[in-house]
Design a protein around this ligand. Structure first.
Ligand code: NAD
Length: 493
């Protein structure tokens, strides 16, 4: 039987763009190298798309939208195609999982379950939802009829990051396509492969050419050209807060396209002394920060533990850390893989140094490991005695680094938890129902967990308060981003 290593050795990745139903190189013929973070192996060359390619892809998307080849299909017809798209993603699931793992370094175990599983479920869910949504008639005077209907916005650009390449893409393209839009997707230059393969699979499922285009390339080139384009109606962006601000500026500077942003986080996980299950709290705190190498927007990177239980909590937490020692992502038992590239590795190591220099106490990890592989690996790292003013408590690290802080009472914890420009996720662990509800109300975050950290389902919105962004992915609410609300007055007489 072939192992994942054998399959990886045999893999031929296609880095050409996908425009109007065809694989093409960039007009400029420029390419960039795609290296795997697992071992530095060259996976192939990728089309370096720029504004010339953006013009072509947007024109293809616009033509497809105008002739209604997709938007004009009934919701039930679009449903059938999207459900087939999801089925085909399952059929090609092993190939997609392998591409994802090679491209960005996450364990193959999770590429299959979380990424292929989650992304195909997302496509299926929006496909199945679209023929069950009704429009409205307003309760106006009897002499007229006022219809409130939803229409696709037109051409949607989606720009996504590298930490869950296929999943973040599916959170945008599924509701956008289900609603009848045409889409131009720009994956991260660090992880373009699954997005490109998804476009081929969508075509095979019956999404007409021109409706779903994928342009690999750099943010400042392909990404900025999309954000500035005068014929893009809406942009769905997931990425850093820094670039999210630029996206909103570019939208305003050009045609005031609707700009939806899903940005960074520095989520607070508050464990009170009356936590009903300390072992579960420890498991969630450790498991959630080291999952995906800590490269998750909603990672609970600030752990607040009430002073009276902190010693006991840390003892239990430290016992769990060694299980997350990074391994080869292609081994099925690996649960923490490689950091996406040399730049991100440098960023993470820089924060670890800042933690030490700032006076935090390094309790576990802190080193780069497996250097002999040619890949990028960092030990699961835990800092104690962190205070809210330190760099590692304020800035998003996006790596396997947990900062432990303490608090005296829950009001103190909430005050510290909210003292951040971010507002993505938060959690509180307590057996006191009133305290749980009061705390979850006081926490300024898009999602609050009570006595857990793994609540996650396609049926619930995902997005942030404050500088964690202005949009919500997932759930029926995502349709709000990719549809216009139209009022039609009809005189009855
Ligand atoms: P990033 O902002 O550097 O890049 C994201 C995307 O934007 C990439 O495709 C990139 O090429 C593109 N881009 C970069 N500069 C651009 C520009 N000037 N114009 C247009 N596009 C540009 O982020 P990243 O490093 O890829 O991803 C990590 C970030 O994403 C973290 O901050 C993380 O918290 C965030 N994230 C948020 C969510 C969420 O749902 N809120 C989910 C996943 C990741």
């Amino acid at each position: 039987m072939m192992t994942w290593h054998d399959k990886a050795a045999a893999l031929q990745a296609d880095g050409r763009a996908f425009i109007g139903g065809e694989r093409v190189w960039a007009k400029s013929e420029q390419q960039f190298e795609n290296l795997s973070p697992i071992d530095g192996r060259k996976l192939g060359m990728v089309a370096r798309c720029d504004s010339a390619d953006v013009d072509i892809a947007v024109a293809a998307a616009r033509a497809a939208f105008e002739d209604r080849r997709w938007a004009g299909k009934s919701p039930a017809q679009r449903k059938r195609v999207l459900v087939k798209f999801a089925d085909l993603m399952q059929k090609y699931g092993q190939e997609l999982a392998l591409l994802e793992t090679l491209d960005m370094g996450k364990p193959i175990k999770y590429s299959q379950s979380v990424d292929v599983g989650g992304a195909s479920n997302c496509i299926r869910w929006y496909g199945e939802a679209i023929d069950k949504i009704y429009d409205e008639i307003a309760p106006t005077a009897a002499s007229s009829l006022a219809l409130i209907t939803r229409e696709p916005v037109g051409v949607v650009a989606a720009i996504v990051p590298w930490n869950y390449p296929m999943l973040m893409a599916s959170w945008k393209i599924a509701p956008a396509l289900a609603a009848g839009n045409s889409v131009v997707l720009k994956p991260s230059e660090k992880s373009p492969l699954t997005a490109l393969r998804l476009a081929e699979i969508a075509l095979e499922a019956g999404i007409p050419p021109g409706v779903f285009n994928v342009l690999p390339g750099y943010g400042a080139e392909a990404g900025a050209a999309l954000a500035l384009h005068m014929d893009v109606d809406c942009i769905g962006f997931t990425g850093s807060t820094r670039v999210g601000k630029q996206i909103m500026q570019m939208a305003g500077q050009s045609n005031l396209k609707r700009a939806w942003t899903e940005l960074g986080g520095k989520s607070a996980n508050i464990v009170c002394a009356d936590c009903p299950d300390l072992d579960a709290a420890v498991e969630a705190a450790i498991g959630s920060i080291f999952f995906n190498q800590g490269e998750s927007c909603n990672a609970p990177s600030r752990l607040f533990v009430e002073e009276s239980i902190k010693e006991r909590f840390l003892e239990k937490a430290l016992a769990k850390v060694p299980a997350y020692q990074p391994g080869n992502p292609l081994d099925e038992d690996t649960i923490m893989g490689a950091i996406v590239d040399a730049t991100q590795l440098k960023t993470v190591m820089g924060y670890i140094e800042a933690g030490k220099a700032g006076g935090a106490r390094l309790l576990a990890g802190g080193k780069q490991v497996r250097t002999e592989t040619g890949g990028y690996y960092v030990e699961p790292t835990l800092f104690d005695q962190v205070d809210s003013s330190m760099t590692i408590a304020r800035e998003e690290i996006f790596g396997p680094v947990l900062s432990v802080l303490s608090f005296t009472d829950v009001q103190d914890a909430v005050r510290q938890a909210n003292a951040t420009p971010y507002g993505l996720h938060a959690a509180v662990w307590t057996a006191d129902l009133s305290k749980a509800i009061q705390t979850s109300r006081a926490l300024r975050a898009g999602t609050v967990h009570v006595n857990q950290y793994d609540g996650d389902d396609i049926t619930v919105p995902f997005g942030g308060y404050k500088q964690s962004g202005n949009g919500r992915d997932k759930s029926l609410h995502a349709f709000d981003k990719y549809t216009e609300l139209k009022t039609t007055w009809i005189q009855i007489g």
